[in-house]
Design a protein around this ligand. Structure first.
Ligand code: GLN
Length: 242
């Protein structure tokens, strides 16, 4: 973080913002302000350049065609790569998660190159679309409570040797590979299939992003009663038989 201002960049709200994923930007911004931080939030549309000086970048989900357009523009832009080289944190959801990998299948049924910021490859699942509530245990190295969210995707994501699974599902499909993994991370780049918005359901992940950006081990506590009520409601929903 430079000049004491935390810069949150929300990438392509015009293409990638399904199922309330905009809420992720709202939650990170709010939790940073609650800790007294000076915050600048930049919403970068797909006809604008990605700034390279951001601290936390957020990318949401999207339908297949906007996903391809977003991947084309992000590859051409190159700014997100430079930001990660500068140490930025990236948190991505669903279509955004697939775009950060090496490749995914686009709306034309073709292999579309991603950004290669996550060591994952996404293919198109042959079975039914993965839809529903999910409950998963987050990688113990991250020290966070169980992940809740809902998924809605056809893509199946395979982790390469350097990617770590973000979580292991208790309920739901996650990456869809049958091994129970959900999401992935490489250093400061995170991906998940969880909508919800996921950071409203799991504010501890928003705080993890803030801690990484600020390079601190702890943040002042916040009143999380509303978040907890939402979490408990959705954990109960995930455990209901379909
Ligand atoms: N189009 C992608 C898939 O179906 C991502 C969907 C989404 O972002 N919800 O796998």
């Amino acid at each position: 973080m430079s000049d004491n201002q935390l810069r949150i960049v929300w990438i392509y709200p015009d293409l990638l913002s399904t199922y309330g994923d905009q809420g992720n930007a709202l939650v990170v911004e709010r939790r940073a302000r609650q800790r007294g931080l000076d915050v600048a939030r930049l919403d970068v549309r797909s006809d604008q350049q990605i700034p390279t000086s951001g601290d936390i970048y957020l990318i949401g989900g999207g339908e297949d065609r906007p996903q391809r357009l977003a991947a084309e523009r992000l590859r051409r832009d190159g700014g997100l790569h430079r930001a990660v080289e500068n140490g930025a944190i990236v948190f991505s959801v669903c279509a955004g998660y697939q775009i950060l990998g090496h490749e995914f299948i686009n709306d034309l049924g073709q292999r579309e190159p991603g950004l290669g910021l996550l060591d994952v490859v996404s293919t198109r699942g042959e079975g039914a679309r993965c839809v529903g509530d999910v409950l998963a245990d987050i990688d113990p190295r991250l020290g966070l409570p169980p992940l809740t969210g809902f998924e809605n995707h056809q893509g199946v994501t395979h982790l390469g040797p350097t990617a770590r699974a973000l979580s292991q599902v208790r309920f739901g499909n996650g990456n869809g590979t049958g091994d129970g993994t959900e999401g992935a991370y490489n250093d400061t780049v995170f991906g998940t299939y969880m909508h919800g918005p996921v950071l409203a359901r799991n504010p501890q992940i928003a705080d993890l992003l803030l801690k990484l950006a600020l390079d601190v081990n702890a943040l002042p506590p916040t009143d999380d009663r509303w978040y907890e009520a939402l979490r408990n409601e959705r954990i109960a929903a995930a455990q209901q038989p379909a």
